[in-house]
Ligand binder design. Structure first.
Ligand SMILES: *Cc1c(COP(=O)(O)O)cnc(C)c1O
Length: 365
C-alpha cells in the first residue's frame, strides 16, 4: 500500500488524542474512570445550548445553513465587527487547515514554536507544507526567536496564546513589539482557545491589533469553556477580503445544524461561562497548593490545565494513573519527558487526581 500513498503522507506523525473514558473502562475493567486529558469542560455543556439543540433535532433531515448566518451575526455583535469578518469551522482544527490551504504556496513555509499545539505541524504536513519551529524560552513562546525564522518564504505564523501544553502566555508588550517588526505580507494567527480562563492584566487585546493590521487572524473555539467539544465548532476572525477567499476553500456544510444552534445559544449563556471560569480558577488553585505540598514543579497556567514536572518518566506516571482510573496526558509527543498535563476537573475529580498522583509517585520512588 505504501507505494500508492503520496510521499508527504508517509511522513505525517499521527495525532494521539486523549484516551477516551469508555475505551479505558473496557480495557482495564474499571467502573469509575475520569478523564482529565483533553482540556474539555468538566461541568458539562451550556444548558441553554442543550435546549437549543433539542429544539432543532427534528430539522436534521435538512442541510445546515452553509453561511452560518445567525451565528456570524451574533458573533459580529459580540465583537463589534461585521459578519464578513468571520469564518465558522468544524472545530478550530479545520480552520487551521483552511488557512494553510488558502494562503501557503508549495514552496512557502509556516512558522510556529516547539512545545505547542501539535495540530499546526500535523495539518501542515498533511498539506505538504514545511514548518519551522522556534524553541520555547522558559516554557514560553519566544517571539524574538520566531521573528528570526521568518524569511522571504514565510507566509503564516501560528501562535497559541495562551499556549497548550505549557499554559503560558505572551504579553501585550511582547506582541506589540513582535507585530511592529513583522513584515505585513506574513499572516499571524493568534489561537486563543483558552482566552476565557485568562486572569492577568497584560494579556494582549488581539482584537485591537486585528483592527489596525490586515495580517492578524484570531482563532476561537467553543470546545473548551463553552463545553461543546463533541459538536466541533470554532471560528476565525479575519480581514473581510481574506474571509472571502477562505470561504471559497471551505466545504459548504462544514458546520452542522446542531453546532450552529448550540453555539448561538451558548453565547447567551453568560451564567454558564462565569461558573466555568470561577470553578476552573478555584480548582486550579486547589491543585497548585497540593502540588506545592508534594514538592512538585509546575507552570502557573492561564488555561484550564496544568503542566506538571513529575520528576519521573511521564509516560510511566500516565500509565500508573490510568490503572487507578485517572486519565491524564503524557507529554512525550511534545518532547517533555518528565511531564504530564492535567485538565482542571470538578472538585471531586481534582481530589481524586491528587490522591492518585500521590500514590503513584510514592510507589515509584
Ligand atoms: C483545544 C485547542 C483548540 C480547539 O480545537 P477545536 O478543533 O476547536 O476543538 C485549538 N487550539 C488549541 C491550542 C487548543 O488547545
Amino acid at each position: 500500500m505504501k507505494d500508492l500513498v503520496r510521499k508527504h503522507v508517509l511522513g505525517i506523525k499521527p495525532y494521539i488524542a486523549g484516551k477516551p473514558i469508555e475505551e479505558t473502562k473496557r480495557q482495564l475493567g474499571l467502573k469509575q474512570v475520569i478523564k482529565l486529558a483533553s482540556n474539555e469542560n468538566p461541568f458539562g455543556a451550556s444548558p441553554k445550548a442543550v435546549i437549543a439543540m433539542k429544539r432543532c433535532l427534528s430539522g436534521i433531515n435538512r442541510y445546515p445553513d452553509s453561511q452560518g448566518y445567525y451565528l456570524k451575526k451574533r458573533l459580529a455583535r459580540h465583537f463589534k465587527l461585521e459578519p464578513e469578518n468571520f469564518v465558522l469551522g468544524n472545530g478550530s482544527d479545520e480552520l487551521i487547515d483552511l488557512l494553510i490551504k488558502t494562503l501557503v504556496e508549495p514552496d512557502e513555509s509556516i512558522v510556529t514554536s516547539e512545545g505547542t499545539f501539535l495540530e499546526y505541524e500535523i495539518v501542515s504536513a498533511a498539506n505538504d507544507r514545511k514548518v519551522k519551529k522556534a524553541p520555547l524560552r522558559y516554557f514560553k513562546y519566544d517571539l524574538g526567536a520566531i521573528l528570526k525564522l521568518v524569511d522571504k518564504k514565510t507566509k503564516l505564523i501560528f501562535i497559541a496564546n495562551p499556549n497548550n501544553p505549557t499554559g503560558t502566555y505572551v504579553t501585550k508588550y511582547e506582541v506589540a513589539e513582535f507585530l511592529s517588526s513583522l513584515p505585513e505580507n506574513v499572516m499571524v494567527v493568534f489561537d486563543e482557545a483558552y482566552d476565557t480562563f485568562i486572569d492577568v492584566d497584560d494579556y494582549p487585546d488581539s482584537l485591537s491589533y486585528f483592527k489596525r493590521k490586515k495580517n492578524v487572524v484570531i482563532l476561537k473555539t467553543f470546545s473548551k469553556a463553552y463545553g461543546l467539544a463533541g459538536l466541533r465548532l470554532g471560528y476565525l476572525i479575519a480581514n473581510a477580503e481574506l474571509v472571502h477567499f477562505i470561504e471559497r476553500v471551505r466545504q459548504p456544510f462544514n458546520v452542522n445544524i446542531l453546532a450552529q444552534a448550540a453555539g448561538l445559544a451558548a453565547m447567551e449563556d453568560k451564567k454558564f461561562l462565569k461558573k466555568t471560569r470561577r470553578l476552573t480558577l478555584q480548582g486550579k488553585n486547589f491543585i497548585y497548593d497540593q502540588l506545592s505540598s508534594m514538592g512538585l514543579g509546575f507552570l502557573p497556567s492561564e488555561t484550564n490545565f496544568i503542566l506538571i514536572d513529575t520528576g519521573k518518566d511521564g509516560v510511566e506516571v500516565f500509565k500508573s494513573m490510568l490503572k487507578f482510573g485517572v486519565i491524564v496526558r503524557d507529554m512525550k509527543q511534545y518532547g517533555l519527558k518528565n511531564f504530564i498535563r492535567v485538565t482542571i476537573g470538578t472538585q471531586k475529580e481534582n481530589e481524586r487526581f491528587v490522591r492518585v498522583l500521590r500514590k503513584v509517585l510514592k510507589e515509584k520512588s
